[in-house]
Design a binder for this molecule. Sequence first.
Ligand code: ZN
Length: 112
Amino acid sequence: MWTCPKCGRNFRNCNQSHYCGKAPETIAEYIREQPEAVQPILRQLQETIHAAIPEAKEKISWSMPTFWKGHNLIQFAASQKHIGLYPGPEAVAFLPIACRRIPPVKAPFVCR
Ligand SMILES: [Zn+2]
């Protein structure tokens, strides 16, 4: 058990990556709170997903930027050393063929 000294939350893993502090309420707010170097990448990711599914509602779910249409379609999150992309099964159909070969479908795709 590890307790974050900043927010006091408890985690199973020591130095667990987590959202420390007040959770953002919008994707724009989430991106603004990330390191400056990754903000342009996250904005591009948001714009690309929005262009692909403009009817999806943008929200924060599980502390991650989420595109929702009846359920979570696709999410992304910035970590210390990577940006994770978490597509639902419907979103996988729109990924490049090389990405679709990565099993299992529910595992996150990691963009480094
Ligand atoms: Zn914390």
